[in-house]
Design a protein around this ligand. Structure first.
Ligand code: AMP
Length: 206
């Protein structure tokens, strides 16, 4: 099964993606993670992506679609995957339809008022886990792997505002795109705890 995870920044896509990947043995592909790894590695793609990411804008479609199309040809994608952060606009969705088969789009719905606080309070670990400062009780390391927690460079109020604008103008129209294809499932408990959200996703996935 090939799944798309849709939702605004801070909706909990990454958190749910690792839970779904563990339970259903699906490959988790996050375009944001791919860009961050390239930035860390100092690659040409990383250099290009950084300026867009820092501004809260989308990395150009041509680069992003190519990365995903290539990644889906790897052997490990043959048993089903979950795309987290791709597609992010109608053009990317149309391209995806040309090189892959999408079975389901899970849209995690969260009230926009909560998103700024969720993202600005987010602390992440290199292993993929993420936390909110309000639940860390001062801890600075990851409960799962012991790694050092840090704040993403683009998790600051100014960039988040731009990311939310980008989501509303470019990404939100995908909800209708997948509804028309009969592939949309909406996760209405997006404001709940990660376990509550995951419980609803399990129901949807059967
Ligand atoms: P994320 O980790 O999904 O929040 O993505 C972080 C940033 O990476 C975004 O704000 C964009 O700048 C960039 N990015 C991630 N996925 C895409 C995509 N599908 N298309 C364009 N830019 C993307």
């Amino acid at each position: 099964m090939n799944i798309i995870l849709l939702g605004a920044p801070g909706a909990g896509k990454g958190t749910q993606a690792s839970k779904i990947a563990d339970k259903y043995k699906l490959l988790h592909i996050s375009t944001g993670d791919i860009f961050r790894a390239n930035i860390k590695g100092g690659t040409e793609i990383g250099k290009l992506a950084k300026s867009y990411i820092d501004a809260g804008k989308l990395v150009p479609d041509e680069v992003t679609c190519k990365i995903v199309e290539d990644r889906l040809t790897w052997d490990d994608a043959g048993n089903g995957y979950m795309l987290d952060g791709f597609p992010r606009n109608i053009y990317q969705a149309e391209q995806l339809d040309k090189f892959a088969k999408v079975d389901l789009c899970l849209n995690i719905d969260v009230d926009e008022k909560l998103l700024m606080d969720r993202i600005c309070g987010r602390r992440v670990c290199a292993c993929g886990e993420s936390y909110h400062v309000s639940t860390l009780n001062g801890a600075t390391t990851c409960a799962k792997c012991g790694g050092e927690l840090y704040q993403r460079a683009d998790d600051n109020p100014e960039t988040v505002k731009s990311r939310l604008d980008t989501y509303n103008t470019q990404t939100a129209p995908l909800i209708d795109y997948y509804k028309k294809q009969g592939k949309l499932a909406t996760v209405t408990s997006g404001e709940g705890s990660p376990d509550e959200v995951f419980a609803q996703i399990i129901k949807i996935l059967g």
